[in-house]
Design a protein around this ligand. Structure first.
Ligand SMILES: [Zn+2]
Length: 444
C-alpha cells in the first residue's frame, strides 16, 4: 500500500477525520465562495451548526449546471495567485466546466493516484505506460503525477498513434498500463494484425477508466493481454482520476479514497439518501480541496456502496462499477435503457467481437434501436473454413438469439446489424458507443 496507515484506518477514526474535514470544507466555502454562502444560508445551515456526518444531508447539492453557470472561476475558493493548475471538461454541450488546483491540491491528487496504481499492483521502479490523454482532460496528468510520486518510470505516451504505442511497449517493457478499455482493445487488435501476441508483452496490470465497462470486458482484456484489468474512477469536478480504484485482490468494487472524498448514494429523482447496497446516484463531497471544494456533487453516475471488509485489508468503502449515467440513459418508447447494459450481453456470446455501437433513430415517430456488432473473426474462421455471410441462416439465428437476450435485459426490441470484422471505427480514446440520431432528424 502506498499510504497504509490512511488506507486501513478504523471506521471510527475515519469518520472522525471526515467530520473534521467536512467542517473545514463547509467553513471554507462559507467564507470564500458566494455561491455556496447563498445556498447554505437559503437551507439554513451555518458551519458552526454542523455536528457530524449525520448532518451531511442538510447540505445543498451541487450540479453540473452550477459549474457552467459559474464559468469560469466562480466556484474557486482561493485567490488566483494560489491556483497552480486548471483543468476543464470538453464542453460538448455549451460551455466547458473549469476546475482549479492549488499546489497542495496537486499533491493530494498525486497521492490518491499513486495509491491507485499501488492498489492495482504497481510498485516503485515499474515502467508505467500512461495512455490516457494529456491536456485539459484530467486523465493523463492525474495518473502521470501519481506514477511519478509512486516512483514509477513514467511514460507520458497519451492516447492515439497506435503503432508508436506498440513500439514503445515492446522497447520499454512496461509492467503497468493505463488507458480506456476500448483503446487497449484496439491496440491489441493492431498488434495481432502485425503478428505480435499481446500475451507476450511485459504488461502485468492495466488501469482502465474514463468510459463505462463491464465484467465481461474485464475477462476479454485479461484474456487478450494476460493481465489484471482493474477499474479506476474519477471526475474532474471531484479531482480527476484516483477518486476510487479497484483492488487486485478483491476485483469487486472500487475503494474510495474516503479521507479525501465523502461518498453518498441518493435517489436520482428525490435526492433522498439511500443505504449501502442500494443502487442510486453517486454523490461526492470533497474533504481536503483548497481551490475547488465541492459540496454533495451530483455525478450523474449510477452505482452502489459497500463498507464490508475487503480481502486486501483496506477499510475504505467500495463503490460498484458504474452501471450507467443518468445523462446517457435513453428513453426508448417510454422504457429507460442504459446502453452500458448491452456490453455484457455482446461479450457474453463468443460469436461476437467486443466492437459494437448503438444507433438510436426515429421511424414513423417511434424510437428505434439498432445495434451494430462485429462478428468474431476467430469464431467464423474456425468453422470448417466457413465465412461470414450476413444473409445466411446461421447469421439470422445469431441475430435472433442476440435480439432475444437484449430484449430480456433492456425490455425493448433492438434491431441487430451483424458487421464484418474490422468495419466499425476504432477507439482513439473514449469509445463512441451510442449515436443518437433523433435530435438531428428533428432539426432537419
Ligand atoms: Zn480491496
Amino acid at each position: 500500500m502506498f499510504q497504509r496507515e490512511l488506507e486501513t484506518l478504523s471506521r471510527k477514526d475515519l469518520v472522525r477525520l471526515q467530520e473534521d474535514r467536512l467542517r473545514e470544507t463547509v467553513e471554507r466555502v462559507w467564507h470564500r465562495v458566494p455561491f455556496y454562502r447563498e445556498k447554505l444560508e437559503s437551507t439554513g445551515v451555518h458551519p458552526t451548526s454542523l455536528r457530524g456526518l449525520e448532518d451531511l444531508h442538510r447540505l445543498p447539492f451541487t450540479y453540473k449546471k452550477d459549474l457552467r453557470d459559474q464559468y469560469p472561476f466562480g466556484l474557486f475558493a482561493v485567490d488566483r495567485q494560489d491556483v497552480v493548475r486548471i483543468h476543464a471538461s470538453s464542453g460538448t454541450r455549451g460551455k466547458p466546466t473549469v476546475v482549479g488546483y492549488t499546489r497542495r491540491d496537486i499533491t493530494c491528487w498525486a497521492e490518491v493516484c499513486a495509491r491507485a496504481i499501488a492498489i492495482a499492483g504497481g510498485r516503485p521502479g515499474d515502467v508505467f505506460h500512461n495512455a490516457y490523454g494529456y491536456g485539459l482532460f484530467t486523465g493523463g496528468l492525474g495518473m502521470h503525477y501519481g506514477a511519478e510520486l509512486l516512483g514509477a518510470v513514467t511514460v507520458p505516451v497519451s492516447g492515439g498513434n497506435r503503432s508508436r504505442q506498440i513500439t514503445l511497449i515492446h522497447d520499454f517493457a512496461p509492467r503497468g498500463v493505463a488507458g480506456t478499455p476500448s483503446f487497449l482493445l484496439s491496440l491489441a487488435e493492431m498488434m495481432m494484425a502485425e503478428g505480435v501476441d499481446p500475451l507476450d508483452t511485459s504488461i502485468e496490470y492495466g488501469i482502465f477508466g474514463a468510459e463505462p465497462w463491464s465484467e465481461e470486458m474485464r475477462q476479454a482484456l485479461e484474456g487478450i493481454w494476460g493481465i489484471d484489468a482493474l477499474d479506476i474512477y474519477g471526475l474532474s469536478e471531484v479531482i480527476g482520476p484516483g477518486v476510487s480504484m479497484e483492488c487486485r485482490e478483491g476485483k469487486n468494487g472500487l475503494h474510495i479514497a474516503e479521507d479525501h472524498f465523502l461518498p453518498e448514494i441518493v435517489d436520482p429523482n428525490t435526492g433522498e439518501p439511500l443505504s449501502d447496497g442500494q443502487e442510486g446516484e453517486l454523490v461526492f463531497t470533497s474533504l481536503t480541496k483548497e481551490a475547488f471544494p465541492i459540496l454533495r456533487y451530483r455525478t450523474g453516475d449510477i452505482a452502489s456502496l459497500t463498507r464490508e471488509a475487503c480481502r486486501c485489508g483496506r477499510t475504505h468503502a467500495r463503490m460498484s462499477r458504474i452501471k450507467g449515467r443518468i445523462d446517457d440513459m435513453l428513453i426508448i418508447r417510454g422504457v429507460n435503457v442504459f446502453p452500458s447494459e448491452i456490453e455484457p450481453v455482446v461479450l457474453g456470446m463468443k460469436e461476437f467481437a467486443p466492437h459494437y455501437r448503438l444507433l438510436v433513430n426515429r421511424v414513423d415517430t417511434l424510437d428505434a434501436l439498432t445495434l451494430e456488432v462485429e462478428v468474431n473473426p476467430e469464431f467464423f474462421g474456425t468453422k470448417g473454413g466457413s465465412h461470414f455471410d450476413p444473409t445466411d441462416d446461421e447469421s439470422h439465428r445469431l441475430s435472433a438469439n442476440l435480439r432475444q437476450r437484449l430484449k430480456e435485459i433492456l425490455g425493448v426490441t433492438t434491431e441487430i446489424n451483424l458487421m464484418e470484422p474490422g468495419t466499425l471505427p476504432r477507439s482513439e480514446g473514449k469509445a463512441v458507443r451510442v449515436i443518437d440520431q433523433r435530435d438531428a432528424m428533428l432539426r432537419r
